[in-house]
Design a protein around this ligand. Sequence first.
Ligand code: NAP
Length: 243
Amino acid sequence: MTALITGAAKGIGRAIALALAQDGFTVAVHYHSSEDAAAKTVAQIRAAGGTAERFCADIAQPEQVTELVKAVEQQLGPIHTLVCNAGIIKDNLIALTKFDDWREVMSSNLDSAFLLTKAVSRGMARQRAGRIIYISSDAGLMGDLMRAAYSASKAGLLGLCKTAARELAASRITVNAVTPGIITTDMTAGIPDTRRAKQLASIPMGRFGTPEEVAGVVRFLASASAAWITGQTISVDGGLCMK
Ligand code: NAP
């Protein structure tokens, strides 16, 4: 079975790629600018006896999303699992945010997930099997200071998730979202120490998470054990967003 993971060269996406390869998936490692890191992810999967290929696309460009799905299906066969993980963040006050920056975050984080879902759903429906997993964020549940576009894009994924779950249930496709809290990756590397200390203080478990801890939930959602779980949002955040 083939899994396409967007943004799989590094960080959370890379951990998901390695975990799904361990579970026997043929992995499409998608990347945009991190070519060397993508090659390393593929090499690591192959060294462990798995199967993987890398695919380059700017998922903020709609035509490249369609081409990406076509290329993966041509090379690796029908996609069983799609993990929409790639994303960007831009910090600014709403009053100072340029519309172009808002649009860039929306097209990278939310438009891409819509287009990827649209592109894979027919093939999955033909197989009468499939898993779609969106990597949203605690910011999509709670909002986040100076991150209006990011928070709105991640909240948008949750609405897309529930609607896609309803539409695709009859075809035995499940659609779920994971909302990580603060995970140690390049995305969070530049957080200033004062903000970092405040964030740590708000996490009941008193530490940031690891990419592998997010990957653990994704691999479960992609597995046969999760066949009756759909339309759900699962937080991996050390207790930050208790509902
Ligand atoms: P990361 O290391 O910065 O990875 C993000 C990935 O997204 C990169 O590999 C990048 O690919 C890809 N990407 C961004 N824009 C793209 C575009 N236009 N086209 C194609 N690929 C694009 O960050 P991360 O922390 O692992 O984040 C992964 C996901 O988890 C993101 O959606 C993020 O919002 C979410 N998340 C992260 C945290 C956290 O604390 N780290 C918390 C909640 C949610 P290239 O490098 O190849 O360009």
